[in-house]
Design a binder for this molecule. Structure first.
Ligand SMILES: Nc1ncnc2c1ncn2[C@@H]1O[C@H](COP(=O)(O)OP(=O)(O)O)[C@@H](O)[C@H]1O
Ligand SMILES: O=C(O)C[C@@H](O)[C@H](O)C(=O)COP(=O)(O)O
Length: 336
């Protein structure tokens, strides 16, 4: 059963808009940030990680965003190019804005947190007129990510990208990617998230992210099926609700819930799971696979990334994901 039809005859498979940042991941793991002395630098930012994931899986990918006019900005653009990602949509800030930094704290495989430095971040300065219509016109899929809605002008740039995607028939994917510290209040966040989600074909988020979007509804308890069904009155064809280690469920317009098979992992850190899951899942549906197979592929990609030190750099190839699934089926991998 096909739930989403992707346009054909496009030069690009995938374009994402939003945050290009730096992850500084603690080298001394299993200790708090106060005691962490050294970090390894990687390209980061959830939509950047997903795009790197798509490119590693062999899809023709591009990015639309803004980087600082400094060494960090050049590091990011260069990394994208080395990963075969089209960067004509990545513009350089001219106002002295800086690159957002995410310092990661890895206290244990289950207790991880992120300390973000995002004052005057370049990615939030992207303006609507800097969004290249041509790039979106050429793409089968546009992915938007919630954090880019946090401030103007990046907020309007995302809505402009949504307009172009609608005009040119791209499938629109929304990764909710809710980072509370970028926002003033859950209510402010919910207003913009709901406006954007109405326009999207595939919505991916954790239970907590959907709860934030429902903050005006005074629900006594959250219910995945009820949450998902609301979006089918708008543009959505697939709504995925993620539950960390417990796996994920995809809902479709026929009200069916499709549960993902999950795999064991020797977890180093928890972050990066959602980004690699998104890349693996989207790769699968773009190949015309069933939802179950696509979700299984996403789950295995997530296991590879959470078993590694980085997010972006650890994004797997198709062979690596297939190999992981085979090793799990042979019981060669056990949970940490
Ligand atoms: N500890 C874990 N072990 C195995 N798989 C995991 C684990 N944590 C996450 N995953 C996989 O990654 C997917 C996305 O993870 P989740 O934590 O829900 O997203 P996010 O990183 O966006 O919060 C899950 O649905 C699951 O398949
Ligand atoms: O998104 C960021 O700015 C930080 C990411 O690069 C980071 O590594 C991360 O948090 C990944 O997010 P997740 O996949 O939702 O866990």
């Amino acid at each position: 059963m096909t739930y989403v039809s992707f346009p054909t005859n496009k030069a690009l498979d995938f374009v994402a808009i939003g945050r290009l940042c730096i992850d500084l991941n603690a080298n001394e793991i299993h200790r708090p940030m106060e005691e962490t002395m050294t970090f390894t630098k990687y390209v980061g930012g959830s939509p950047a990680n997903i795009t790197i994931g798509m490119s590693r899986l062999g899809l023709r990918s591009a990015f639309i965003g803004k980087v600082a006019n400094d060494q960090m900005g050049r590091f990011i653009t260069d990394y994208l190019q080395r990963n075969k990602i089209e960067t004509t949509g990545v513009v350089t800030d001219t106002t002295g804005a800086v690159t957002g930094l995410a310092f990661t704290e890895i206290k244990s495989p289950t207790d991880c947190s992120i300390l973000m430095y995002r004052d005057n971040a370049a990615d939030l300065k992207l303006t609507p007129n800097e969004v290249q219509e041509e790039l979106i016109a050429q793409a089968k899929v546009l992915l938007i990510s919630g954090t880019a809605l946090a401030k103007s002008p990046s907020r309007e740039a995302v809505f402009q990208a949504l307009n172009y995607a609608k005009k040119h028939g791209a499938v629109i994917v929304f990764d909710l990617d809710y980072r509370p510290y970028t926002w003033t209040s859950p209510e402010e966040t919910a207003v913009y998230y709901n406006l954007a989600a109405e326009k999207c074909d595939i919505i991916l988020g954790t239970r907590e992210e959907f709860d934030m979007m429902e903050c005006f509804e005074n629900n006594e308890s959250s219910n995945d099926k009820v949450t998902a069904s609301k979006w089918f009155n708008h543009s959505a064809k697939i709504v995925i609700i993620k539950h960390g280690k417990e796996g994920s469920i995809a809902y479709t317009q026929d009200d069916e819930g499709h549960r993902a098979k999950s795999f064991p992992a020797k977890v180093v850190k928890t972050f990066g799971a959602g980004d690699s899951y998104a890349a693996g899942f989207l790769y699968g549906v773009m190949q015309g696979w069933t939802l179950e197979k696509s979700m299984e592929f996403g789950s295995a990609a997530a296991c590879i990334v959470i078993s590694s030190h980085s997010c972006s750099d650890a994004m797997p190839t198709v062979n690596q994901v297939e190999d992981y699934i085979e090793r799990c089926n042979r019981n060669e991998i056990t949970a940490s």
